[in-house]
Design a protein around this ligand. Structure first.
Ligand code: COA
Length: 338
């Protein structure tokens, strides 16, 4: 999608009105400001997605060159299929002013699924900031979500949550924990084996059983399960073995010298046994620290806890009869972060 300035042809009548003898048919560039009212929300086609990538690259490249960045976004759109739309606010002449990804998701509330639209990668073109276009994008995405029958929307904010609070979003816990490896329980641990693709449904069952202890979390469809492991570069899952019994899984990965605990689920297993297993894995990988997103009901004495400045979960109800749980009661996993 190519960006053009709005342009009009001056006709004879207008030439007379301005009192000049300008010949008709002269192309005059009118730098009409792009305002929210002049933009419409649309699902971007591939050329629109490419233009969105061109605009967002400088901001979200995370050290990637432009081509791999673009390929990663195109691949994300392809992998999610009908479960993700790349949306844009586009002017009459086809210029892309703002963009965001809309994910077809769900929030699990006390065991009941609430259809929820995930909003990611909200971006306003650099030269169009501060004129209400970001606000218009959010409002139109929420209106579109309501029209499509979604009951709520959620996102992970990397900016001051007050920006989204204006549109009704509420903040949910965003705490990180970390600890020196030696402060985790030393034993008794569990044996681990690398999970196979055929284990995925069992992993999902364990995750779901563990998630139900929380009043609110993200629904993981098979597409979401696979997508977020790929998107976040999460390493392999390991199955936890208590003797011959397989009791759950853990997903951990090195981030420099820290072993990040992306998630674990092992219903009915004493947590200290999981921490001891993670400690052994950290020692194998020569990590000096362990850490991750804090799930509030798993907070224990060895953890140093601090508020995270980015990836702050926020959600809003879109229907009068849908009340989301209080923020203190919910948790979003790191592998739900889009
Ligand atoms: C954040 C962003 C979408 C805002 O778009 P925008 O069109 O400039 O915003 P609007 O004109 O609708 O709103 C302007 C208001 O938002 C506030 N605002 C702008 N950027 C902000 C930010 N990064 N954090 C918090 N508030 C912000 C402004 O202070 C202004 O407040 P005011 O109305 O009290 O003066 C845009 O700056 C952007 O694309 N940033 C880069 C990508 C990004 O950070 N996206 C968010 C990812 S969670």
């Amino acid at each position: 999608m190519r960006q053009r300035s709005p342009s009009v042809r001056l006709g004879a009548r207008h030439s007379r009105a301005v009192g000049r003898s300008a010949p008709t048919g002269i192309l005059v560039r009118m730098h009409r400001p792009i305002t929210p009212d002049a933009l419409r929300l649309t699902v971007l086609d591939e050329s629109g997605v490419l233009e969105a990538c061109r605009q967002t690259y400088r901001f979200w490249h995370q050290g990637r060159a432009e081509e791999p960045y673009v390929q990663r976004v195109l691949s994300a759109v392809e992998r999610m299929g009908s479960e993700m739309r790349y949306m844009g606010l586009v002017s009459e002449d086809g210029a892309l002013a703002a963009s965001a990804r809309a994910l077809d998701g769900g929030i699990e509330c006390n065991g009941v699924r609430i259809r929820s639209m995930g909003i990611a990668a909200v971006y306003v073109r650099d030269d169009l900031r501060g004129r209400g276009i970001g606000a218009a994008l959010i409002e139109r995405l929420l209106a579109d979500a309501r029209a499509r029958g979604y009951q709520s929307a959620f996102l992970f904010s990397d900016i001051a949550p007050a920006y989204y609070a204006r549109h009704g979003f509420r903040e949910y816990p965003a705490l990180d924990w970390s600890a020196p490896v030696g402060s985790l329980p030393a034993s008794p641990g569990l044996a681990i084996r690398r999970a196979r693709p055929s284990d995925r449904e069992r992993l999902r069952d364990w995750h779901r059983a563990a998630a139900l202890v929380q009043p609110m979390g993200v629904t993981r469809t098979p597409v979401w399960w696979d997508f977020f492991r790929w998107w976040r570069g999460a390493p392999d899952d390991y199955i936890l073995c208590d003797g011959s019994r397989e009791v759950g899984y853990v997903n951990v990965g090195m981030d420099q010298t820290c072993l990040r605990v992306h998630e674990w689920a092992a219903p009915g297993v004493e947590p200290s046994r999981i921490w001891a297993t993670i400690r052994a894995r950290a020692a194998d990988l020569r990590a000096d620290r362990v850490g991750g997103w804090l799930r509030p009901d798993r907070r224990t004495g060895f953890m140093n806890v601090e508020a995270r400045s980015g990836a702050i979960p926020m959600a809003v109800s879109l229907q009068p009869d849908i009340a989301l749980p209080e923020p203190s009661e919910a948790f979003f996993d790191e592998l739900d972060h889009f």
